[in-house]
Design a protein around this ligand. Sequence first.
Ligand SMILES: [Zn+2]
Length: 251
Amino acid sequence: MAKQTCAVCGAEINLVQQQKLADGNYVCRKTCVKLAMKGFDFVGGTLPELQTHIRQVEEGTAIYNKLFLKRSPKPKRFGNVFVAEDIGLMARIETRCKIFIFGKSISACVYRIADLYGYEYEQDSKVTYDPNSKTGSTQKAHYCHYFFWDTPGVSDFCEKIPGASSHAKIEKYFNKLFGIQKTIGNIGNTWKNQLAAAKAAGSALKSVIKGGENTEDKAEEARQAIDRAQYGDRTEWKAKADAALREFGQV
Ligand SMILES: [Zn+2]
């Protein structure tokens, strides 16, 4: 196989150094693959997706260094995930052994707390065989799977956690933040939000039936009320993140 050119930095890359993307572009493993955080899907990802993610890491690292490090009050920490409630932002960090790209050993993606809509428990198990004792053993790994709305770049990722009980803590924390009361095994709602959603949906329906004005506004109101019932009210979190990012110069 011939040499390829890295689509990100333009370097000539030999076979061992080549990482192929889904759209047929090549990226060099030496430098540019490392610009992405762990878990970026190179096999399924395209060059524009990688470039968006690289910008996300560049920006995220800068925001993390300025707004998260040395912050008081200290951001809440769940493994590699930090939540700074007072600025409405959260960060996922990755610590690198080598200091070489941003002059820091930590890279980060920063997300708006308001955009977080999933923090689910996941697990997988791996069976390993020990040739000495001739026995197999099962290792379970536990994760919290975070999902974000409206987020360019990597918008969902899994973070390793020690066990199911640490996920319960994470879930409880975010549910409280969003004012969500979960019922057993299902997304539950506070009565207030449920009631508001029912009302808004009702008035949107009436407006449609009557052929009245503002039908679209009413429908939008209803959609938002239903969102709030399921995911909690995010208005406050949006405002906090907007203010912090405006100050940082990103908005
Ligand atoms: Zn490169």
